[in-house]
Write a protein that binds this ligand. Structure first.
Ligand SMILES: [Zn+2]
Length: 42
């Protein structure tokens, strides 16, 4: 069996595709960009 926590820890941190900053919050709707680059999703 695999420890789920260990699995996610081994995953590489998400980086913004535009500015290269590490994306802290994991959310599918944000894709590959950080908050600043994503802008208002209206
Ligand atoms: Zn960015």
């Amino acid at each position: 069996m695999m420890n789920v926590v260990e699995f996610f820890r081994n995953l590489p941190k998400k980086q913004c595709a535009k500015c290269g900053d590490v994306i802290q919050e994991q959310a599918d709707c944000y894709g590959n960009t950080c908050h600043d680059c994503e802008g208002p999703a209206l």
